[in-house]
Design a binder for this molecule. Structure first.
Ligand code: ARG
Length: 591
C-alpha cells in the first residue's frame, strides 16, 4: 500500500466525492485526472459522463465544481473549455505532502507497493558461449536490469533468467579442437583483476573459435571427428560434457567481467542457458504432438499459423524438432515456458530480446497458448528492442565492417567521460576522477539506451552521450552533485519543511513534479517502460535548474525560507538518486 499518498491521489478522491454527490449514477466513474501545463491538474472525465447522462457538459462541470471541497488540498477549481476542470493545488498541500514523504522512513518517496504482487520471470542479458558480446547484448542487459529494479521496487516477485546460448552443433568442432589442443584455454597467470581475466578468457575463446572453424572448413577428417562429438555431446558422454563445460566456465569469466564493468549484478544461479532445458525437450515435443498442436511434416515436427506466410504465400511453420531428430531454439524456448509457468509459477514471462526475433516469439507464444501453457492468467510478452545504429544511421559496425566489441565501446565511453570529469574537476583526486569517470561513462551508455523507448533504434553517439547539455545522464548527475554540494555547504542534515510559506512559481513547479514520482514509477514498472522514468528525471533536473536560477537558497529572505528551500533541494536530490538507481545509474556526491 501507499506509504504516503500523492497529491494526484488526494485530488482524485476529492473529485470522486464531488462527482458522486452531483450525479449518484457516476459513483466510481473516472474523472480522468492528469497533470497539465494549463493548471496543476486537469480533469476531462466530465465530458463523457455528461454525454452518457445526456446533460450539458459545462453545466454538469459547474455543478461538480460547487461540490468540490476546497481549502485543504485544492485551492481552486474552475470550469474551462467544453467542460474540463482546471485544478490548482494549495501551496500548503504541495509542501506538506512532500514533507510527509520526506519524513517517511521507508525511503519509498511515496511509491506504493502492489497489494497483490505477481511473479515475473524476466529473460534478459543472454550472451552466447564462446562468443564476444555486442551492442545487442548491451541493450538486453541494460533494459532488463532497469525493468528488474522497477518491478522489484513496486513489490513484484521477480525471477531472473539469463538464457545464454550454450548449446548447439557448433560445440562439436570446439570440443574436438580443444581436446586436440588441451592448453588453448589456459590462462597465463592467475589474476584477481576481473577485467583482465575476462579479457584473457575472451581472447582465448576467440582464438580457439577461429582456429577450430578454419580446421573444420579445410580438413574433412576433422569435420567428421567434430560431427561425432556433436552426437557424443547430445548423448551426454561424460568426457565430451566436461570439455563443453570448460567453454561455459571460461565464457562466464568473460560475461561476469562485462557485467561488472556495466555495474550490474548477475547471479550465477540465474544463468540458466539453453542447455538447462535439455531434459524437457522430448517431453515438450510429445505434448505438442499428442495434443495436435504440432504435426509431422516431411519428418519434422511443425506448428503452422494461418497468418504467418513466406514471401510466396507458403506457410512458414515453427519447427520444434528437425527431421534428423535434433531440437533447436524453439524447442528450448517452449520448454523454458513450461519451466517458468509450472515450476517457477510465473504470471508474466518477459523477454528482453532484439526486435529481429519477434517472429520467433510470436510463433513460440502462440504455440504455448494453443498448448494451454499460456492463457489469460499467464501472459508472455517480448520487450522487443530496436537496433543500435552508428552515426551514419546504419547498424553499428567498426570501420572494417565488423561488430563492435562491447568492452571496447564501454572503455571508450569511460575515457570520454573521464575527460569531461577532469575538465570540470575542482577538488577531485586522480583516483576520484577515475572512479567518477567510470560512473559517468557507464551511466551515459545506460541512459542513452534507456531514454528512448526500447522498440526504437538509436544512434550510438558518444559525444552526445557525455555532453553536459541536453538529455544525458551526465546532466542529471551534475544536477544531483550540485544539490549535494549546496546541502553540504548548509551543513544541514535534515532541513525542516515550512508548509505555511507561499511558494514561488518555480518552487511550485518543482514540488508538483517531485510529487509525480510515485505515479511515474508505478507506470514505468507496469508498462516495462524505463524511458518514462528517464523522461521524468530529465524534467526533474530541468525544473530544479530553473528553481535554482530563480530562487536563491542559502541567501533566501528569511531563515524559514532558507530551510524550506533546502528541504526542497533535499527531497529533489533523493528523488533523483532513487530514480537513477532504478535505471542502474550511479549518482556521485561530487563531480
Ligand atoms: N542468446 C540469444 C542471442 O544472443 C538471445 C536469447 C534470448 N532469449 C530467449 N529465451 N530466446 O540472440
Amino acid at each position: 500500500m501507499a506509504s504516503v499518498t500523492s497529491l494526484s491521489d488526494s485530488v482524485q478522491q476529492h473529485l470522486a466525492s464531488a462527482l458522486s454527490a452531483t450525479l449518484p449514477d457516476a459513483a466510481g466513474a473516472d474523472p480522468l485526472l492528469r497533470r497539465s501545463d494549463r493548471a496543476d491538474f486537469q480533469a476531462n472525465g466530465i465530458l463523457a459522463l455528461a454525454k452518457k447522462a445526456k446533460a450539458n457538459p459545462r453545466e454538469l462541470a459547474t455543478q461538480v465544481v460547487s461540490q468540490v471541497v476546497t481549502g485543504d488540498v485544492i485551492e481552486d477549481v474552475e470550469v474551462s473549455g467544453p467542460g474540463f476542470l482546471n485544478i490548482t493545488i494549495a501551496d500548503r498541500a504541495i509542501t506538506g505532502n512532500l514533507a510527509a514523504r520526506y519524513a517517511d522512513e521507508t525511503g519509498r518517496l511515496g511509491v506504493p507497493t502492489a497489494a497483490h504482487p505477481g511473479t515475473t520471470v524476466i529473460d534478459y542479458a543472454q550472451p552466447n558461449v564462446a562468443k564476444e558480446m555486442h551492442v545487442g547484448h548491451l541493450r538486453s542487459a541494460v533494459i532488463g536490469d532497469s525493468v528488474v529494479q522497477l518491478l522489484q521496487f513496486t513489490g513484484e516477485n521477480v525471477i531472473r533468467r539469463h538464457h545464454i546460448g550454450d548449446w548447439g552443433t557448433q560445440f562439436g568442432m570446439l570440443i574436438q579442437y580443444l581436446d586436440e589442443h588441451p592448453h588453448e584455454l589456459d590462462h597465463k597467470a592467475a589474476t584477481e583483476d576481473a577485467a583482465a581475466s575476462g579479457e584473457e578468457a575472451m581472447s582465448n575463446l576467440d582464438r580457439l573459435y577461429k582456429a577450430a572453424r578454419r580446421k573444420f572448413d579445410s580438413d574433412d577428417e576433422f569435420k567428421t571427428r567434430a560431427r561425432r562429438r556433436v552426437v557424443d555431446l547430445q548423448a551426454g558422454e561424460p568426457h565430451t560434457l566436461a570439455t563443453w563445460q570448460r567453454f561455459v566456465d571460461e565464457s562466464k569469466i568473460y560475461f561476469f567481467s562485462v557485467f561488472e564493468k556495466l555495474d550490474m549484478e548477475v547471479q550465477d544461479a540465474d544463468i540458466v542457458g539453453e542447455s538447462g532445458y535439455n531434459d524437457m525437450l522430448a517431453e515438450t515435443c510429445r505434448l505438442l504432438e499428442e495434443s495436435g498442436v504440432a504435426v509431422r511434416s516431411e519428418g519434422a515436427l511443425c506448428v503452422f499459423f494461418d497468418d504467418i506466410k513466406g514471401p510466396e504465400g507458403n506457410p512458414v511453420p515453427l519447427i520444434v524438432q528437425k527431421s534428423d531428430g535434433g531440437y533447436g531454439y524453439a524447442a528450448t524456448d517452449l520448454s523454458a515456458i513450461r519451466d517458468r509457468v509450472f515450476n517457477l509459477k510465473a504470471n508474466t514471462l518477459l523477454y528482453v530480446v532484439d526486435a529481429r526475433q519477434s517472429l520467433h516469439f510470436r510463433m513460440v507464444f502462440e504455440t504455448a497458448r494453443r498448448a494451454g501453457w499460456l492463457n489469460d492468467d499467464v501472459n508472455a510478452v517480448q520487450l522487443a528492442f530496436g537496433t543500435v545504429l552508428g552515426k551514419d544511421g546504419k547498424p553499428f559496425k567498426t570501420r572494417e565492417g565488423e561488430t563492435v566489441r562491447l568492452v571496447d565501446l564501454l572503455d571508450e565511453a569511460i575515457d570520454r567521460a573521464s575527460a569531461v570529469v577532469r575538465e570540470k574537476a575542482q577538488d577531485l583526486s586522480e583516483q576520484e576522477i577515475a572512479e567518477r569517470g567510470t560512473q559517468v561513462g557507464i551511466g551515459a551508455v545506460k541512459y542513452a539506451d534507456l531514454s528512448t523507448s526500447a522498440n526504437r533504434d538509436y544512434k550510438f553517439d558518444l559525444d552526445q552521450m557525455v555532453s553536459l547539455n541536453g538529455d544525458t545522464s551526465v546532466y542529471l548527475q551534475y544536477a544531483y552533485a550540485r544539490i549535494r554540494s549546496i546541502l553540504r555547504k548548509a551543513g544541514e542534515t535534515r532541513p525542516a519543511a515550512h508548509p505555511e510559506l507561499e511558494l514561488a512559481p518555480a518552487e511550485r513547479a518543482l514540488g508538483l513534479h517531485v510529487d509525480a514520482f510515485a505515479e511515474t514509477v508505478t507506470e514505468a514498472a507496469a508498462e516495462h517502460a524505463p524511458h518514462k522514468l528517464a523522461a521524468y528525471l530529465y524534467q526533474l533536473a530541468s525544473l530544479y535548474t530553473s528553481f535554482y536560477d530563480k530562487c536563491p537558497v542559502l541567501k533566501a529572505e528569511t531563515p524559514a525560507q532558507v530551510e524550506n528551500r533546502l528541504f526542497l533541494c533535499d527531497v529533489t536530490a533523493r528523488t533523483l538518486q532513487q530514480g537513477m538507481a532504478l535505471l542502474g545509474i550511479r549518482t556521485p556526491e561530487k563531480l
